[in-house]
Design a protein around this ligand. Structure first.
Ligand code: TYM
Length: 334
């Protein structure tokens, strides 16, 4: 049976890329009736320094972002990673399965560690093994993510395969990355060749889920573009990264295909297309921002949702970890 698992780091600045590439699609999976678990991956966040008070706030804000995006804590299991010890325990097992060479190939590690990789935390290097543990502690089969996580999910498959092979079992499923829709890689509004990211120093490069209607609209109207009107069809977007990005965002927000957007908007100058996109974005995103702010006023309610989710998550993960240890020959209580 399919079981969907995915996670987001509580590291602040939740943005439009996280919404279109992840949250919106998480809600769609839930609404299709699949079993869904979604995790605020605080243990991943601390692979780089986090001020404790910021981590606390970002975890609650992310939880509010999930709920405001349509995730229902009674239909999906919403929880934070550190509350379910099985993630860390299985991660250790996978640290012993994964090979140094596999980890060294991870492009995200190379990007995040930068030139001075000797000074990166050991946790940052082991990050993808913890991701594999997140998914496989639940025997997760489908993992909705943005394009940037594809390599990590493939590594999870390699880890599952090697564990099964080494111990001669068919225990862990091979999780599949689900990377679908028009906006699996939302680009910066300042530079169409760079991914929209939480860590971009320019706030104008991204739409934050906490932005109000004014900010959303201003950022879209000021988004960088080339001077030409939109082409007549999707093919004409190929070497125009900024135009393509705005069309992709429009398509994803409107639940339309890129071809359908081009049929409607092809040939329009940006002076016409941008205000339309700004209206659509305000219509879809401003209510999320308002709802997040409302939810954030009741921290106890948020913490209760996370604690309840953690208890339900643990009930699934604990027997899978116990079985993993048994397969490996770890002695447990009779
Ligand atoms: P994170 O926190 O960086 O991002 C969360 C999700 O948002 C997607 N995303 C984007 N999608 C489209 N366009 C963008 N510009 C954009 N930026 C981010 C990401 O692809 C991701 O789906 N390692 C993961 C979190 C994680 C995880 C997991 C995911 C931990 N354990 C297990 C799946 C399964 C991460 O750092 O995502």
């Amino acid at each position: 049976t399919p079981r969907v698992f995915s996670g987001i780091q509580p590291s602040g600045n939740l943005h439009l890329g996280n919404y279109l590439g992840a949250l919106k699609r998480f809600a769609e999976a839930q609404d299709r009736g699949t079993e869904t678990l979604y995790c605020m991956v605080d243990l991943h966040a601390v692979t780089v320094w986090q001020e404790p008070a910021d981590l606390t706030r970002a975890t609650r804000e992310l939880t509010a972002g999930f709920i405001a995006s349509g995730l229902d804590p009674t239909r999906s299991i919403l929880f934070n990673q550190s509350q379910v010890a099985e993630h860390s325990q299985l991660a250790w097992v996978f640290n012993c399965v994964a090979r140094m060479g596999w980890m060294q190939r991870m492009t995200q590690f190379k990007d995040k560690a930068g030139k001075n990789a000797q000074n990166a935390s050991l946790g940052l290097f082991a990050y993808p093994a913890l991701m594999a543990a997140d998914i496989l502690a639940y025997h997760g089969t489908h993992v909705p993510v943005g394009e940037d996580q594809k390599q990590h999910i493939e590594l999870s498959r390699d880890i599952a395969m090697k564990f099964n092979h080494d111990y001669g079992v068919e225990f862990f499923p091979l999780p599949e990355p689900v990377i679908e829709g028009a906006a699996t890689r939302v680009m910066s509004l300042r530079d169409g060749t760079k991914k929209m990211s939480k860590s971009d120093p320019s706030d104008m490069s991204r739409i934050n889920l906490t932005d109000n209607a004014d900010a959303i609209s201003r950022k879209i109207r000021k988004a960088r573009t080339d001077p030409e009107p939109l082409p007549m069809d999707a093919k004409g977007l190929e070497d125009r990264p900024e135009a393509r990005n705005l069309v992709n965002i429009y398509a994803a927000l409107a639940d339309m295909s890129v071809d359908a957007v081009m049929a409607e908007a092809g040939g329009q100058p940006f002076s016409v297309f941008k205000p339309r996109l700004a209206d659509l974005a305000v219509d879809r995103l401003a209510p999320i921002s308002t709802e997040m702010k409302r939810l954030m006023r009741d921290e106890v309610a948020i913490d209760t949702i996370l604690a309840d989710g953690a208890a339900r998550a643990r009930a699934i993960a604990a027997p899978i970890l116990r079985r993993t240890y048994d397969i490996m020959g770890m002695v447990g209580a009779p």
